[in-house]
Structure formats: structure tokens, C-alpha cells
Design a protein around this ligand. Structure first.
Ligand code: SF4
Ligand code: SF4
Length: 618
């Protein structure tokens, strides 16, 4: 030991300068820092060493914050433990070896999965910088949920009007290869060099020939519920989901097409003058290469059938928020008229917030948008029908720019706000006023009493949920999910767009529920991260990884079957296993599992670990 220093902000500029000066002036060949978690500042201190001419792996961190001062109030015990940890770090660092990182080329192409507003925004930002983007969307058109919405809060501008130009731009962009009606089936590789296999589902319409005239859809006799209209309208078996679809090429839904079901019809083929119908088309697998990936796969909507007492699908005129969006939309089935099932105009409407959100029976989390879109509904109902509006809330969360002002404005429009969770929606009348109507039963927590309000329509503001296939997608791309099922970001504050897999980023509601401005901001942030990687042109590969001694390897393959990153491959010629250095994260699973001790974890050798244990025990 040459020198010991004590400084309260060692990670600050003066602290780092102090370390650098000692390395240079005293010729230090090892450094130990006793401070906070290496997750926070190991890279900072490694850079300090490197700047001063010392290999960055010749430093060791003793974590005396999270492991001592934060976990006990007993100062004496904390000090004893800190001394032991420091002793262990000093013993260990003696055995550290200088390691060198490697750089590999970075493929400037980007894969974006999901063509909603997040995917479109990120794709345009990257493509506008002159870099190729593969934009994969599983529906026949890009647009996502935002395309289904009527107005956007708090500005009340038309959702489709602000999104359509962006969709068209993405569809025509020379640097965006749009793959709609397609799904990723396999992803392999690592940051800078991903290889992705994509299934392009058969549209049964030749996109090069189709001119989008729509005659086929007009003549098709087969009608089914439209997914886009959320059950509030129909589509044909050959269809584009909505008139502004990008691409404007229909698909044939083989599950409902008379020809596929019964072998007769082919009317669409008959009327198509462009000769675009192709019943012989088959799914196609294409392979693309990309340096980075953005997952922007969006969200699902909670199905309120589970909350039996709210009467959804049991009672007429109990509808979900998404159904209301289509009902009130001028391009929807009723031309934007808010009407009941029998076609009459409602005189009173209840809006119930937090359906499936902030409810320990379903989802603990807040969906973050329901308060605001419920206010928007209240405004639209007042504007279009003049009906009485009763808005049931737990808390009003108006956190965004202009949101509180929007709340004030709607509160001034004569909406009745009732603070309380609705217990039941029923058609059991207790008096003449309730007869033939829906009755909303709730506790008004401000009055401290139960109330019954008869209304003509009930709108359930349903929670945002992770996509049904979120688990499968997370497995496909080797990323983690948080307890609520959404994709897990690397750090909730310091790295909210990256994931645990290098080079894979998340944007939008697949990471957590959020509104449109936050979605767009996160998509732009993910694009910026990728552009910075592209501009470097190469990525640095971690040096603290596993290495296999080919002379000791027996070829049993246990390591390969256990590696969570698929980083161990068989060398077919030499019949031993080797580590793909770009994929290995240095987790150590294979090191512990190898029955002949042929694998070494660089920077975690047996000598280093034993020295550390010895230091702890003294
Ligand atoms: S009739 Fe033919 S050209 Fe017209 S939209 Fe249908 S497939 Fe395309
Ligand atoms: S074959 Fe008939 S049912 Fe099928 S998409 Fe064409 S028109 Fe519709």
C-alpha cells in the first residue's frame, strides 16, 4: 500500500483528478475505491485510471454505501463491515490482470418492431439522418392505437389528422423499408450485428399491381367485426383496416373468406381490373441484418368482462373507452353521433375511471391516461349531446403540460365529478326514475354516503395492459419484463430507453403506460441513442468475459446448454466449445458449470475470488 486518501465526493472532478495525480506521481499499479455501488461509478473510475495511464481493469470497488451505510443504523457494525470489504478489495486487486476491450463494426441498419406512433416517430428520426430502417408491423397497416382515437387531449386536435402525414411520410421514405402484415420469428446476434428473420404473411393481394381502388372490398360479400372499429363496425373479408391505411393495399382474411372456407366466390378477383388478387400467395420468410433494435410493440386494452359487476357485454349501452372513441369519431359507424343501441340520443352518461387500473384484483399500476381522456369524453358528450355527465374518479391525475388547465376548463362545463369507486352498474330499478335505465351504484367518498345515479350509457375507462404476447417477444429478444408485465428498462431514471440486452431499446407503451407526448419523447430518445451508436461506427466489447481452454474442454456441451445469452458455440471442426466474445456478458454461469474447469471468467478468476473471501474473513 503506497497511499490512502479520504475525500467525500470521490466521483467528482476533483476526486478523480486526485486519483489520476497519485497514479502518475506515485507510479501506482493498483487502485481500490471504497464508495458507492460499482453499478453507478465503476465505469467512471475505470476511465480515470485509463486517462492516467493505468489499465482500467486494475481497479476494484468496495461498495460501502449500499452494503454498509444504507443497510444498518448501527454505525459500529457498519464500520466493521466496511473495513472487511475494503480489506477484501485490497487482497483481490493484487490478482487483477490488465484486460483489453475489443471493437467490432456496427451495422448502421435499424430494426423497429411496431408501427404505432412510437415506431413511426423513431423510424422517421433515424431515416431522416440517412440510415436504413426496417419497420415491422403485424397489422395490415401502420398507425396503431393512435389511429383509432378521435381527439387527443388536452389540445383536442384530431388524432388521425396529426398521425396520417407521419404515416404517409414513413410509407414513402426512401430509407424506411416498411414490412406490414409481418412478424419477427427469430432474432439472433448481438449489438452491432443482429440477424432477424421475419415472416411476411400472405396478403393474397399483389402489392405491385394493386392500385388501392377498393372495388374488391365493395363487392366482397363476407362481413365480419372490424378490429379497427373495436366491435363498433364491420369490415369485409378482403379489407384495409381504415381508409388512410399505409400501405393502401388490402389483405384477404383467410379465416373469413368464402373462397378459403368453401372453395367458391372469388368475386374480388373478378372485379379487380389490375389483376392483383393472388390466392396462391404464401407466407414468406425474409432475413435482415441490423446493428440495433427498437421494440415499440404497444399495449393491449383490459377486457372489463372480468369485472362482472360492471355489466360489460351483459347490459346494453355499457361500453369501453375504445368503443366510445370509435362511436364519437366522425369516420366511425354512426358518423360521430353519440347514440344508444336503439339509435336514440342519451340524456345522461356515466364515465367510470380506473377500470382494471389501481385495482389490486387486476393491475396495481395507474394507466396514466384515463383521467385525461375521461375529461375529453365529458367535453365531447357535452358538446355533441348536451347530456348530463357523471365522472367517477379515485383521484384526478392531471400531471402533463396543459392538463390541469384542461381539467379546470371541463369542470367549468357542468360535468358532475364524483369521487369514489363504482361498486356496481345494474339494471335493477328501485323507483320509476331508474326503470329502463342503467343505475351506477357508488360510494361518494366526499359525501361519505352510497349514491345511485340512473344514466342511459356507461363508459368504462379500461386499463392499458402489456400485449398478450409480451412474454414471447421478451424471450425472442432476450430482454426482461417488470412485475407488471411491461418490458423492463435498464434503469428507471438514468436509462429509461435501453434494456438489459445491449443494442435493444424500448419506446412507448410496451415499456409502461404513457400518453402520446411521452411516447413520442421516448421514441425520439431511443432514436438518438441509436444514432450515437451509428455515428461511432463500432462498439466496444466487454473484456471481463468467459474464455474456454480448448486443451481442457471435453466437448460435453453443458456450458452451451446453460448460457443465457447463447454465447457458447461448438467448433464443429475441432470438437470443442468456444465463446462468442460479442455475445458473452461475463455472467459466469458456464464457469461454475464446467465439470472439468476448462472455463475461466476473466476478471473473476478463482485466485481473485479466493483472495477476496480471505480478505473478508480476516
Ligand atoms: S380491386 Fe384490385 S386494385 Fe382495387 S383495391 Fe382490390 S386488389 Fe387492389
Ligand atoms: S373470394 Fe369472395 S369472400 Fe373471399 S375476399 Fe374475395 S370477394 Fe371476399
Amino acid at each position: 500500500m503506497i497511499v490512502a486518501r479520504d475525500y467525500v465526493f470521490m466521483c467528482s472532478e476533483p476526486g478523480q483528478e486526485m486519483i489520476g495525480k497519485d497514479i502518475r506521481d506515485l507510479g501506482l499499479n493498483r487502485v481500490v475505491v471504497a464508495a458507492c455501488s460499482p453499478i453507478m461509478h465503476e465505469s467512471t473510475f475505470r476511465r480515470t485510471c485509463q486517462k492516467a495511464g493505468l489499465n482500467p481493469y486494475l481497479i476494484e470497488i468496495a461498495n460501502i454505501r449500499e452494503q454498509c451505510s444504507w443497510v444498518t443504523e448501527n454505525k459500529q457494525m457498519a464500520t466493521e463491515k466496511a473495513k472487511a470489504l475494503l480489506n477484501a478489495a485490497v487482497k483481490r486487486v493484487y490478482y487483477h490482470q490488465p484486460l483489453e476491450t475489443r471493437k467490432i463494426p456496427f451495422n448502421p441498419n435499424t430494426l423497429i418492431v411496431g408501427g404505432g406512433i412510437a415506431g413511426i416517430r423513431a423510424a422517421l428520426e433515424i431515416a431522416d439522418s440517412g440510415h436504413k430502417v426496417y419497420l415491422v408491423e403485424r397489422s395490415p397497416s401502420i398507425g396503431g392505437h393512435m389511429m383509432q382515437l378521435d381527439k387527443t387531449f388536452p389540445t383536442l386536435d384530431c388524432s388521425a389528422c396529426i398521425l396520417t402525414p407521419k404515416m404517409t411520410e414513413a410509407g414513402n421514405h426512401p430509407y424506411i423499408e416498411l414490412m406490414s402484415y409481418s412478424e419477427v420469428v427469430e432474432a439472433s446476434g448481438y449489438i452491432g450485428n443482429f440477424r432477424i428473420r421475419i415472416r411476411k404473411k400472405a396478403r393474397y393481394v399483389n402489392g405491385d399491381r394493386c392500385n388501392g381502388c377498393g372495388l374488391c372490398q365493395e363487392k366482397c360479400p363476407s362481413k365480419v367485426d372490424s378490429e379497427f372499429e373495436a366491435g363498433m363496425g364491420k369490415r369485409k373479408a378482403i379489407y384495409t383496416p381504415f381508409p388512410q391505411a399505409v400501405p393502401n393495399i388490402p389483405v384477404i382474411d383467410a379465416d373469413h373468406c368464402t373462397y378459403f372456407l368453401k372453395g367458391t366466390c372469388r368475386l374480388c378477383e373478378e372485379v379487380c381490373e389490375a389483376g392483383a388478387i393472388d390466392f396462391g400467395q404464401e407466407d414468406e420468410i425474409v432475413e435482415v441484418e441490423a446493428g440495433s433494435i427498437i421494440l415499440a410493440t404497444g399495449y393491449s386494452v383490459f377486457d372489463p368482462v372480468a369485472i362482472h359487476q360492471y355489466g360489460y357485454r351483459r347490459l346494453d349501452n355499457v361500453i369501453t373507452s375504445l368503443e366510445f372513441e370509435r362511436l364519437v369519431n366522425s369516420s366511425g359507424q354512426t358518423g360521430g353521433n353519440i347514440v344508444l343501441k336503439d339509435g336514440s340520443v342519451p340524456r345522461s352518461i356515466a364515465i367510470i375511471q380506473c377500470v382494471g387500473s389501481r385495482d389490486r384484483n387486476y393491475h396495481d399500476y395507474c394507466s396514466r391516461v384515463c383521467c385525461m381522456y375521461a375529461l375529453k369524453y365529458a367535453h365531447l358528450i357535452k358538446e355533441k349531446t348536451g347530456a348530463e355527465v357523471y365522472q367517477y374518479y379515485i383521484d384526478m391525475r392531471c400531471f402533463g403540460k396543459g392538463y390541469e388547465e384542461f381539467y379546470e376548463r371541463i369542470a367549468g362545463e357542468g360535468v358532475s365529478f364524483i369521487r369514489g369507486k363504482v361498486g356496481e352498474v345494474t339494471d335493477r330499478a328501485l323507483n320509476d326514475e331508474e326503470k329502463g335505465r342503467l343505475v351506477v351504484v357508488a360510494e361518494d367518498t366526499l359525501l361519505g354516503s352510497m349514491i345511485r345515479v340512473p344514466v342511459d350509457m356507461v363508459i368504462l375507462c379500461t386499463a392499458m395492459e402489456p400485449q398478450q404476447d409480451a412474454e414471447a417477444v421478451a424471450r425472442l429478444f432476450n430482454i426482461s419484463r417488470s412485475a407488471d408485465g411491461f418490458f423492463l428498462e435498464r434503469h428507471p431514471k438514468l436509462d429509461p430507453v435501453a434494456t438489459s440486452s445491449e443494442g435493444i431499446f424500448v419506446a412507448g407503451c410496451c415499456q409502461s403506460p404513457k400518453d402520446i407526448p411521452d411516447t413520442v419523447a421516448q421514441a425520439s430518445a431511443a432514436a438518438a441513442r441509436i444514432l450515437s451508436l451509428i455515428s461511432k461506427g463500432e462498439v466496444e466489447i466487454e473484456a471481463a468475459i468467459a474464455s474456454i481452454d480448448e486443451k481442457l474442454c471435453s466437448g460435453c456441451g453443458i456450458c452451451g446448454s446453460l448460457c443465457p445469452y447463447s454465447a457458447i458455440l461448438l467448433d464443429e471442426e475441432k470438437k470443442f466449445y468456444k465463446v462468442n466474445e460479442a455475445l458473452c456478458k461475463g455472467c459466469g454461469t458456464c464457469v461454475a458449470a464446467c465439470p472439468v474447469s476448462a472455463i475461466t471468467g476473466r476478471h473473476f478468476t478463482a485466485e481473485q475470488i479466493m483472495a477476496e473471501i480471505e480478505g473478508l474473513l480476516i
